[in-house]
Design a protein around this ligand. Structure first.
Ligand code: NAP
Length: 435
């Protein structure tokens, strides 16, 4: 009897789960679903375009999708083209690996003004995600404020600051590169509501700010402590110390020495986004940190800017009927959701960690899926063959892995300059390659 598993979402957590299922049951059948014709989720659409080498992780996953007992169902949306209940019936186990694809709200006045973008949308726009192809962010003023001091905020500021030459070996979407280069940017702000020690940056990424051609990154030395004090887990203290050393270097940088000033400002929480129809500025409130928490001081200051990017984290939404926790993750017990439904990755634990963080966690859940299957295998399920028939009867045009490889080859062929690929940014364009 063959075991049949479905994985919904072809990003890192889903693909690590596929690898672990194959390790446990090498001859099982795995079908990986994605609502886009393109696989690899966050690797393709979340990792910064100038961190192209990070995207090499996808090579390992590509080998998995190439296996004869693994099938890719791209351009298939669960809930629209096939229901979750249908999948649960047709497979021994179904794993949700749907990420956290919504921007958290700030919950302050002015958030609905034109010119306010969540990082999910903004990053999706410069990464060529079809959902955000037409975002056309307002980059017509000389200042952009980014709220949040995590690696996503760094990515956004760095991509806005880099020159065409610096982006030459990236796979930034053509429309975004053109819009960024046209923008009259002079000031980029990154606001952290707590202090430098609490910032979510990692040293390698923070260190990149030292080397930007047209932007000088700086921080006020008065906001920096002499040393890192306090209790930290594992390697965290070392990370904080490396960050502090870099902050101290940035504090020696002189604003005004390059075309763009990039200011990292701590102890500043957003209070209101200013403007009547569009963003004209952001009102910040000075904070102090007590017991690790940002406390309001009542003192405010306004910063003129034409756009605000919220890089403050993401949350998941699940297919209808799937229980959620209040914090935007899917309710689960060690990855088990209900019946034969499981969850991995950001939709399980929330938006934290790097791509490899997902490996051990997806493996643990996959091992439970296998144990559950082996304890009560039941009758053989019809799996992907039955889904393929359903999709055909519903006129759904799914994209298989050989189909995706043709699209990917066309993206490489149409790249110019040093760009490794020029992504298609509309689903129609991708499908047209297969016509
Ligand atoms: P993050 O590191 O959690 O940063 C979120 C930031 O938003 C924090 O500074 C947080 O401040 C702030 N924030 C949250 N709510 C806020 C509010 N209401 N007002 C003001 N500030 C608020 O998350 P992220 O940058 O979105 O990144 C997600 C994960 O992906 C992280 O684990 C990150 O390291 C990873 N990532 C890695 C890379 C890389 O390795 N190159 C690149 C991108 C992302 P508080 O700390 O005070 O809550």
């Amino acid at each position: 009897m063959t075991a049949h598993f479905a994985i919904i979402g072809s990003g890192p957590s889903g693909m690590y789960a596929a690898d672990a299922l194959l390790e446990g049951i090498p001859d099982c059948h795995i079908d990986v679903y994605d609502r886009l014709p393109a696989p690899f989720g966050l690797i393709r659409y979340g990792v910064a375009p100038d961190h192209y080498k990070t995207k090499n992780t996808a090579r390992q996953f590509a080998r998995t999708l190439d296996l004869p007992n693994v099938r890719f169902f791209g351009n298939v949306e669960i809930g629209r083209d096939v229901t979750l209940d249908e999948l649960k019936m047709l497979y021994d186990g179904v794993i949700l690996a749907i990420g956290a694809y919504n921007d958290r709200p700030l919950g302050i006045p002015g958030e609905d003004l034109a010119g306010v973008y969540g990082a999910c949308a903004f990053v999706g726009w410069y990464n060529g995600h079809p959902d955000y192809r037409d975002l056309n962010p307002l980059l017509d003023k000389d200042a952009v404020a980014v709220v949040g001091v995590g690696n996503v905020a760094l990515d956004v500021c760095r991509v806005l600051a880099k020159t065409v030459a610096e982006m030459d070996d990236s796979d930034i979407a053509e429309h975004a590169l053109a819009a960024i280069q046209k923008a009259p940017l002079k000031n980029l702000y990154m606001f952290g509501r707590r202090g430098p020690i609490e910032a979510g940056f990692t040293p390698k990424e923070l260190g990149e700010l030292r080397e930007l051609e047209r932007a000088v990154a700086f921080v006020d030395s008065k906001q920096l402590p002499d040393t890192v004090t306090g209790e930290f887990e594992g390697r965290e203290k070392g990370v904080k110390e490396k960050n502090l050393t870099i902050f101290k270097e940035l504090a020696t940088h002189q604003p005004g020495t390059k075309a763009i000033d990039m200011k990292i400002e701590f102890y500043a929480a957003p209070k209101e986004i200013l403007g009547t129809t569009r963003v004209e500025g952001i009102r910040m409130e000075r904070t102090k940190v007590e017991n690790g928490k940002a406390i309001s001081t009542g003192e405010t200051f306004d910063v003129p800017c034409g756009a605000v990017v919220k890089a403050i984290g993401y949350f998941s939404t699940a297919p209808a009927g799937v229980p959620m926790n209040g914090n935007g993750t899917i309710a689960n017990v060690d990855g088990w959701v209900v019946d034969n439904l499981w969850v991995v990755g950001w939709s399980k634990r929330g938006p934290s960690g790097t791509i490899p963080t997902n490996g051990p966690e997806s493996r643990e859940v996959a091992q439970r899926v296998i144990a559950e299957y082996q304890s009560a295998p039941g009758t053989e399920k019809s799996g992907g063959d039955a889904v393929a028939l359903l999709l055909k009867s519903r006129n759904v045009r799914s994209v298989d892995y050989p189909g995706w490889k043709k699209i990917a080859t066309a993206e490489v062929a149409r790249a110019t300059g040093g760009h490794p690929q020029e992504k298609f940014t509309r689903i129609d364009e991708m499908l047209a390659v297969l016509n």
